[in-house]
Design a binder for this molecule. Structure first.
Ligand code: KIV
Length: 264
């Protein structure tokens, strides 16, 4: 696979070419993903749930994400590799720089932060210091205790308007990707059309520029819970490589996520 960068994704957005991405946590799966030409990988703090068996992502540390980032980078030299900034690793712009440095030095190309316009100063500071940022909006799992559960976000008009404003403010501050999780498809479409940077969706319909799945959900093997918007791509063929290839093809053609895996 040719090296994938933020410029590659910008070009794809301009060309209207959709792209797939997945979480990854170790070198073997990272290599398998790269062999199937998965352009973007994320070392998600979902590792707290799918690897560590915790009920949420809050216990994950920067050291945890840095460790798995080193593993994934070893297996996938050419993907655009994002690393999650864990809970409370970016309460201030200064602390965010410290946390981001550890993840970039572990091999990430970009860090992902959860939150809206309150992150503008942090995103500015990181990008000015050569750390590309993906801004995660919608159902931001680190806020599970504020939301009162893992709930769809942006259903009411006020929330939806705020999310559009947040996305624009974060792009203006320098964010080079926006990720939308569990938002109604119409809102995801509005944000995708409003932004010049690529938008990656999960539980946001097939209207975003890219899609992402937690790899354990893609294979139908998550220990705790399978979200309604995810699909077990392993069920049909029983072959992991074929499952990954099918996921990529279905995303690129707009077949996935279909109506059964979309929040109206
Ligand atoms: O941590 C993670 O895996 C994520 C994805 C759900 C996007 O943030």
């Amino acid at each position: 696979m040719k090296k994938v960068t933020t410029s590659t994704l910008m070009k794809w957005k301009q060309e209207g070419k959709k792209f797939a991405s997945s979480t990854a946590y170790d070198a073997s799966f990272a290599q398998l993903f790269e062999q199937q030409e998965m352009p973007v990988l994320l070392v998600g703090d979902s590792l707290g749930m799918v690897l560590q068996g915790k009920p949420d992502t809050l216990p994950v540390t920067v050291d945890d994400v840095a460790y798995h980032t080193r593993c994934v980078r070893a297996g996938s030299p050419n993907s655009l590799l994002m690393a999650d900034m864990p809970f409370m690793s970016y309460p201030t712009p200064e602390k965010a720089c410290e946390s981001a440095a550890a993840l970039m030095q572990a091999g990430a190309n970009m860090v992902k932060l959860e939150g809206g316009a309150w992150l503008v100063e942090t995103v500015k500071m990181l990008t000015e210091r050569a750390v590309p940022v993906c801004a995660h909006l919608g159902l931001t799992p680190q806020s599970v205790n504020i939301f009162g559960g893992f709930k769809v976000q942006g259903r009411d008009q006020e929330q939806a308007e705020q999310m559009v404003k947040d996305a624009l403010a974060l792009q203006h501050a320098g964010a080079q990707i926006v990720l939308l999780e569990c938002v109604p498809m119409a809102l995801a479409e509005r944000i995708t059309n409003a932004l010049t940077v690529p938008v990656i969706g999960i539980g946001a319909g097939n209207v975003t520029d890219g899609q992402i799945l937690v790899m354990h959900d893609m294979f139908g093997i998550a220990a705790n819970y399978m979200p309604k918007f995810s699909k077990n791509f392993l069920a049909e063929s029983g072959d992991m490589r074929q499952a990954v290839s099918q996921y990529i093809t279905d995303v690129e053609s707009g077949v996935f996520p279909g109506p059964d895996h979309t929040i109206a």
